[in-house]
Design a protein around this ligand. Structure first.
Ligand code: PGA
Length: 261
């Protein structure tokens, strides 16, 4: 059966750019992309929280179909959680996609699968789409535990979700050793793990959810390696860090289909 999943290329800006710089960056990106690009590929940008309102204003004023994303969210609806941001606040700013469980959140800020699961549920309740991240460390890969690690993250992070919901969300496979290191998983390794994730979804939530769920690869995606990664049958997009900071590089990644794999 032909794959009807529309690719999603997401730019995770991490802790880069104040709101003035964010406006410039998104304007340059909007200028570099065409309506045909948006027909072929869904595109999202994930600026820091303090930039979201400014980026929203630019996208709205010029009717640019780049989806707005966030990098994190708190799992509670509201309350005494100093410094945190609720899903409802993001939804009000027209945020469409929210990254949950990025490895930097898991490793530096101690987020467990249980927390990631609660965050994904909070995002869904606010009618947005979570991009749920998973991925193994270098030690786990070298020790032959990459697949079991990802399996336990998927089971934990997606627990209590219905098949219908799982089919609509986005999973990002990001091997930790490839993030920000310039090392990319080979397209074969990335494909193998993304196929494994799809089979986990099939086992847990059924064939329909598995056929529908979009799986991104992330970890040193660049214009040069995007065509080969995107040519893999189970890779439906990319979660891009470093290269997303440069609108020209990012637009070339969005345009992967124009370049030779
Ligand atoms: P990178 O980051 O592209 O800089 O490796 C990817 C990510 O962390 O989402």
């Amino acid at each position: 059966m032909a794959n009807t999943r529309k690719p999603l290329i997401s730019g995770n800006w991490k802790m880069h750019y104040n709101h003035f710089e964010a406006i410039q960056t998104v304007q340059k990106l909007a200028y570099a992309l065409t309506s045909e690009d948006y027909e072929e590929v869904d595109v999202s940008v994930h600026p820091p929280f303090t930039d979201i309102r400014s980026v929203q204003t630019v996208l709205q004023a010029d009717d640019v179909p780049i989806a707005l994303g966030a990098q994190n969210v708190h799992q509670e609806e509201k309350g005494a959680f100093t410094g945190e941001i609720a899903a409802g606040m993001l939804a009000k700013l027209d945020v469409t996609y929210v990254i949950v469980g990025h490895s930097e959140r898991r490793e530096i800020f101690g987020e467990s699968d249980e927390i990631v699961n609660a965050k994904a549920i909070a995002v869904l309740k606010a009618n947005m789409t979570p991009i749920v991240c998973c991925g193994e460390t270098l030690e786990e890969r070298q020790g032959g535990q990459a697949e079991s690690k990802v399996a336990s993250q998927i089971a934990g992070s997606l627990s209590n979700l219905t098949a219908e919901v799982v089919g609509e969300l986005v999973i990002a496979y990001e091997p930790i050793w490839a993030i920000g290191t310039g090392e990319t998983a080979s397209s074969d390794d990335a494909q193998q793990m993304c196929a494994h994730i799809r089979s986990l979804v099939k086992d847990g939530w059924g064939a329909e959810a598995a056929a529908a769920v979009r799986i991104q690869y992330g970890g040193s995606v660049k214009p040069g390696n995007a065509p080969e990664l995107m040519a893999q049958p189970d890779i439906d997009g990319a979660l891009v860090g470093g290269a997303a900071l440069d609108p020209e590089d990012f637009s070339r990644i969005v345009n992967y289909r124009l370049y030779q794999a």
